[in-house]
Design a protein around this ligand. Sequence first.
Ligand SMILES: Nc1ncnc2c1ncn2[C@@H]1O[C@H](COP(=O)(O)OP(=O)(O)OP(=O)(O)O)[C@@H](O)[C@H]1O
Length: 322
Amino acid sequence: MIELEGLTKRYGEKTAVNNLTFSVRPGIVTGFLGPNGAGKSTTMRMMLGLDNPSAGSARIDGKHYAQLKNPLRHIGALLDAKAMHGGRSAHNHLLCLAQSNGIPRSRVDEVLDTVGLTAVARKKAKGFSLGMGQRLGIAGALLGDPQILMFDEPVNGLDPEGIHWIRNLMKSLAAGGRTVFVSSHLMSEMALTADHLVVIGQGRLLADTSMADFIRENSRSYVRLRSPQRERLLDVLHAAGVTVVEAGNGTLEVDGHSAEELGELIGSHQLVLHELSPQQASLEEAFMQLTAESVEYHAHTEAPAAPGWGGSWQQGDNEKGA
Ligand SMILES: Nc1ncnc2c1ncn2[C@@H]1O[C@H](COP(=O)(O)OP(=O)(O)OP(=O)(O)O)[C@@H](O)[C@H]1O
């Protein structure tokens, strides 16, 4: 269990993390979301005792990180996969970690096997691809067989097979009763992995809720209808007091009624339907909706773009090339 209480971090005038209070519970995967610069990494660093809070506290199993006797046995973390001695082999990197943390050396081969790096265990880490580096970082997090795992952008640089692997790894760690806390900007991946979400924006807590509730509360759900008897269908819906939005291409959208209710109503008038489908927004849409106000770095989309080119247009770029 991780518990934050009023956690705050100020850098001069800038409040990077602002009075965060939430808990990360065992047995589920908790996703940690926020736009760039929202304060996710700073929060994670404070949880691991790498940064001192300006106010408030972060507790790991009831203790500050610095009070943990064998920290790697309590919490394993992947923060920055590149933060390792590149001249060491994967095996030696993990062996050093094990020896300095009272972890049996037998764990080194076990975790190398878990992350699929056994074949390259004697190769120097500096020659590793981004994805291999991520796997080695994850091996380091698993080394002490901790009950709590924290991953900052773990799928960075991983190929589809690697992404699938880390998703299953996190789910199985949680299913085994561990606490799993993971940040990612890949919303589609987060939607498949996390059960619970903590969302922050400009350092403040915006949501602490289940994935299903988050999507429901921050997006519009509606039912999409298509019928070759469109005019008659509109008459039936209007007569029943149902508000309909015409979405183009003959498609109708209805808010506030379930697909079951609409199906019963339309069926009772013996109308033909080509589509009756409940629509739920994606996590990405719900996230954009919630965080729209707190995005720190917006791209400029107002600038005129060259025909057929979707990027932003800056005068300077043109001048440089002239
Ligand atoms: N050492 C520091 N000194 C000054 N400002 C900092 C420092 N570390 C972070 N910040 C600022 O604090 C804010 C939060 O940064 P942080 O890296 O925690 O955000 P993040 O949510 O992890 O972002 P990203 O998704 O881009 O990784 C940013 O505005 C950042 O510029």
